[in-house]
Design a protein around this ligand. Structure first.
Ligand SMILES: [Ca+2]
Ligand SMILES: [Ca+2]
Ligand SMILES: [Ca+2]
Length: 353
């Protein structure tokens, strides 16, 4: 963040004075942490027309924030905010950053230009899709990735818990306060299994209802980086239902998120980093994390497996065993060329040919 002293320095013109003023600003910025961190990433959307990534920032400062020369960085490159760009106190600001965000997962960073002097340039960041806990924004839809609660309500500090502070908004608020409800991960109904249709077949997703009463899933949604599917019908008590999942492109996106009818995100699963298989499932049914973003963080090899497909029914045999027979353990063969890189660099390479 800059202040108005820099223009005063230019008028006086003395080189030594400029150096001193710049140094003074850097020191001031480094010590005033509450000032440095008060501009936030608040919402993100990829606009298909022109393939423009749009990022909403929020200035939580009581003063105007000069964000000229700040950088928004993602896997496909940097966008430098033009000099003279300012956000009014408690204001929202949309930046068109070009096509720099990778679709199935990425880290978007907001970098303060002056803080780069201090080595603590990162003002804010979000990790989504197969890179972090926040969900991937479905491209080609009018849906945004939004901070919840809005940065004006309670600026979150826990950078590692993206899954708790970000969700998808099916009616975006670009330029205004976010209104998307916070996630409630692991609440009752879960994504229990899915089948990757690929080119030949329909994607399918199985939900499990662990409750003792039927759950109406009308207007619930499944989302991926490729699309949104609205659900209909109900799931019987302690039962399973499977749903067609057209347009979600599971083969490419490697992650699914589940939303209830009020837009609360209640589960997420990913198989990024696992060898290919038609079906993946929880075992025992409904067990394992609801905050993972790749095969490992979803309980891969522990409660989350490549499975024999059992869509619409339990993932376990009548003996209570997991239906993984015939699917080799992905961790048995070290150096299996089918095992993909699960690193951020690996994802970047997939999209920067
Ligand atoms: Ca909304
Ligand atoms: Ca907003
Ligand atoms: Ca099943």
């Amino acid at each position: 963040m800059k202040n108005t002293h820099s223009s005063a320095a230019n008028k006086l013109g003395g080189f030594r004075f400029v150096v001193l003023v710049v140094f003074a600003i850097a020191v001031t910025t480094a010590t005033a942490d509450q000032v440095r961190g008060d501009v936030y990433l608040n919402e993100y959307r990829h606009a298909p027309i022109g393939a423009v990534d749009r990022v909403e920032l929020y200035n939580a400062c009581p003063d105007t924030a000069d964000i000229g020369k700040w950088v928004i960085r993602a896997g496909n490159g940097d966008y430098v905010i033009p000099e003279g760009t300012k956000i009014p106190p408690n204001g929202y600001f949309i930046v068109d950053v070009g096509n720099i965000v990778l679709p199935i997962g990425d880290e978007i960073e907001l970098i303060d230009d002056l803080d780069s002097f201090t080595g603590s340039a990162l003002a804010d960041r979000v990790r989504f899709g197969v890179v972090g806990g926040a969900p991937a924004q479905p491209r080609g839809t009018p849906v945004s990735l939004a901070r919840t609660p809005d940065a004006s309500a309670m600026p979150p500090r826990a950078a590692e818990e993206d899954e708790l502070y970000w969700s998808l908004d099916f009616n975006p608020t670009m330029g205004d306060q976010n209104d998307v409800p916070p996630p409630d991960l692991g609440a009752d109904v879960l994504i229990n299994e899915f089948k990757i249709g690929g080119d030949m077949d329909q994607d399918r997703v199985e939900l499990f209802n662990p409750l003792s009463f039927s759950v109406d899933v009308s207007n619930w949604r499944l989302t991926t980086a490729a699309g949104v599917v609205s659900l209909d019908g109900s799931i019987p008590p302690a039962g399973f239902s499977d749903f067609d999942s057209p347009g979600t492109n599971l083969d490419a996106v490697r992650r699914v998120d589940l939303f209830d009818a009020s837009g609360v995100r209640i589960d997420q699963v990913s198989w990024f980093g696992a060898p290919p298989n038609p079906c993946f499932g929880r075992c025992p049914d409904g067990e394992g994390p609801s905050n993972g973003y790749d095969f490992f963080t979803c309980g891969g090899g522990s409660t989350w497996f490549r499975t024999i497909c059992t869509l619409g029914g339990s993932n376990m045999t009548v003996n209570g065993e997991c239906e993984t027979s015939g699917v080799e353990d992905p961790f048995e063969e070290e150096g299996d060329p089918l095992i993909e890189s699960r690193t951020w660099g690996g994802i970047k390479r997939q999209f920067t040919r």
